[in-house]
Design a binder for this molecule. Structure first.
Ligand SMILES: Nc1nc2c(c(=O)[nH]1)N[C@H]1C(S)=C(S)[C@@H](COP(=O)(O)OP(=O)(O)OC[C@H]3O[C@@H](n4cnc5c(=O)[nH]c(N)nc54)[C@H](O)[C@@H]3O)O[C@H]1N2
Ligand SMILES: Nc1nc2c(c(=O)[nH]1)N[C@H]1C(S)=C(S)[C@@H](COP(=O)(O)OP(=O)(O)OC[C@H]3O[C@@H](n4cnc5c(=O)[nH]c(N)nc54)[C@H](O)[C@@H]3O)O[C@H]1N2
Ligand SMILES: [Mo]
Length: 555
């Protein structure tokens, strides 16, 4: 029996056992627990990319292009495959002198906020989750985006904080269906009540934190009645929340929903500060989970030295002579689609991927990648601590190349040395050199400066853009519809023109009474990013998909 892992970008990071060439869910991996989800099925049905040009010719063209003098090159890597060996190409492009990107399309704003509080963005051990009594699902669509972690907690008391009545919200003992971008108000109110109700962990606060007094003063500056109105909650709900929490082991599962805003870092810090007020650190139960930096425990062999980088949100592809795009589909997943198209048209685009997608249509050169089954790898997870060493399952052919093989080819073509062997690189993930950090000094956020999205939208709408059950970002069966509450006068199949400050786009309506009346939902993988802004978040210049208001007109 051979072992591999699902390479898709998901908290669960499942293990796959391969018997007689057939992929089966691992029964020994504690998260996978004998089940694989439908997305893995879709992945197995993908048609691998092919081109008319033989691979050796493609690679020659790439080298020629890169060898032309004074080329300004952008390295843009998505998260199409989460194996660590995806990063081997960085080793070449670092030596070559490429411009890299900083910030992220995904969870980065939240991670950077957490790092300001406690240096490392880490998750507690998964046992702390299973032995907690109550789970607060905060801006995370748990049943859809991490179904395996959901099954670990489904029988516990659950509180959901989400503008949408998601499946997990419906199963919850309490659902706060808050207005988007008001989580910081809710978190500060909760922290203040925790203090007033003597639920604050004074021992942790006194021994392991700084700035609590300032933070508490800040929570007192929030005018409770006004804030509750802005959030869309009341004292009844807050009271119920505390009645559920009292004396219980609390876990918070936070998702990216809270931080898709310009001040995403600060918003995440207020939620983390509520967790610290309750003392959810350094215990062997409960805690707060977000997206842990999965490489943190290891001596990471793909660290880059280049100081040249641009904000991923704000990058203009047109500023570069060559754009090297790996494992990504910016045409769908990057904000401000028209700007992406205009930029790609001005540049020589190299697309390195396993499948054709919207971005490969703009490629001047396509490098066909081996699938996850055709290469060795190591799979870490941002949702739990399991590490999977992936065997090569299929032989592959000479017309497709792995990320490591491409790196080796480029090192040789440029007479570079120092590339370690594939096995040596993978060895770095055999030993953990950093243990789970003990929170020595949690730094409470002391000032909050967050612009409101919640005032004066009139008959316009907040944009929610999140994940869907049949797609993985832009891959597989994406959902094109614009979802809206039926009270707004639109009917199923109505055609509308959606307008933001960035652009306009036509969509077909589907009504859904699980939404707030003031929100619309457009899933990732739809044409939503024609409407979103490329403005980066304030601290990490990450994407801010939801910091935008939408106007709708029936056509
Ligand atoms: N099936 C499936 N699974 C996936 C993915 C997929 O595309 N499909 N994508 C994977 C990836 S790349 C990631 S990053 C993870 C993401 O997993 P999640 O963190 O679950 O991310 P989202 O689905 O974007 O959004 C989560 C929730 O936030 C809510 N939300 C939106 N705005 C706000 C807000 O202002 N406040 C609060 N409290 N909630 C808000 C949304 O309604 C949504 O229910 O999922 C991974 N898993
Ligand atoms: N509006 C809106 N936009 C979003 C989001 C949202 O919720 N709303 N979510 C954001 C999030 S959380 C994320 S993570 C990003 C994801 O955005 P991207 O990282 O761009 O990911 P995908 O769009 O899924 O495209 C992945 C591509 O990777 C390629 N690929 C797959 N496996 C491999 C491999 O082994 N090797 C190589 N070389 N290529 C491979 C496939 O061709 C696939 O088309 O999207 C972001 N964009
Ligand atoms: Mo993501």
């Amino acid at each position: 029996m051979a072992t591999t892992a699902c390479p898709l970008d998901c908290f669960d990071a499942c293990e796959v056992s391969v018997v007689d060439g057939i992929c089966k869910p691992s029964t020994t991996h504690p998260i996978t627990n004998g089940k694989l989800c439908r997305l893995f099925g879709h992945l197995q049905n993908e048609k691998q990319i092919t081109t008319d040009i033989p691979l050796d010719e493609t690679l020659k063209i790439l080298v020629e292009k890169l060898k032309q003098p004074n080329q300004k090159v952008l390295f843009y890597k998505g998260s199409g495959n989460m194996g660590v060996m995806q990063s081997s190409t960085k080793l070449f492009f670092d030596k070559y002198g490429t411009t890299f990107t900083h910030g992220g399309l995904c969870d980065e704003a939240g991670c950077v906020g957490i790092e300001q509080d406690r240096q490392v963005c880490f998750n507690p051990p998964i046992d702390n989750l299973t032995n907690s009594d109550i789970v607060i699902v905060w801006g995370r669509n748990l049943t859809v985006t991490s179904p395996h972690i959901y099954s670990l907690v489904k029988d516990k008391t659950i509180i959901t904080i989400d503008p949408v009545k998601t499946k997990i919200a419906k199963q919850s003992d309490l659902h706060i269906q808050l207005k988007p971008k008001t989580d910081h108000l809710l978190a500060t109110i909760l922290a203040r009540f925790a203090h007033l109700e003597d639920l604050d962990d004074q021992e942790f606060i006194q021994n392991n934190t700084t700035g609590y007094d300032w933070f508490y003063d800040m929570t007192r500056d929030v005018r409770i009645k006004k804030a509750m109105k802005a959030i869309g909650t009341d004292l009844g709900q807050i009271g119920k929340l505390f009645s559920l929490l009292v004396g219980k082991k609390v876990a918070i599962l936070a998702g990216i929903g809270v931080q898709k805003y310009i001040e995403g870092e600060q918003i995440m810090r207020t939620i983390d500060a509520f967790a610290a007020t309750l003392g959810l650190f350094n215990k062997d139960y409960g805690g707060i989970w977000y997206f842990g930096r999965s490489t943190y425990p290891f001596d990471y062999p793909f660290e880059i030295e280049s100081k040249k980088s641009v904000s991923i949100a704000e990058v203009d592809f047109g500023d570069f002579d060559i754009c090297f795009i790996q494992g990504a589909n910016p045409l769908k997943s990057h904000p401000n689609t028209q700007r992406v198209i205009d930029g790609l048209k001005k540049s020589f685009v190299v697309f390195f991927g396993t499948t054709n997608n919207e971005t490969s249509k703009y490629a001047d050169l396509i490098i066909p990648a081996k699938t996850f089954l055709q290469k060795k790898d190591v799979r870490l997870s941002y949702g739990h601590d399991e590490v999977i060493f992936c065997d090569q399952i299929e032989q592959g052919d000479d017309e497709h190349i792995s990320e490591y093989e491409l790196t080796k080819y480029l090192f040789d073509a440029f007479d570079m040395d120092g590339l370690k062997s594939e096995d040596e690189l993978m060895q770095y993930f055999k030993t953990k050199i950093n243990e789970k950090p003990f929170v020595d000094n949690f730094e409470f956020i002391e000032e909050m400066e967050i612009s409101t999205l919640h005032k004066g939208i009139g008959d316009r709408f907040y944009l929610l853009t999140s994940k869907n059950k049949n797609s993985l970002c832009s891959q597989f069966k994406t959902d094109p519809y614009l979802y809206i509450h039926p009270s707004n006068g639109f009917k199923d199949d109505d055609k509308v023109l959606a307008t933001s400050k960035i652009n306009q786009r036509e969509f077909i309506i589907k009504t859904n009474d699980e939404l707030r009346e003031d929100c619309i939902v457009l899933y990732s993988g739809s044409d939503v990013n024609y409407l979103t802004s490329h403005e980066g978040s304030e601290e990490s210049q990450s994407t801010t998909y939801q910091d935008i208001i939408i106007e709708l007109e029936k056509i």
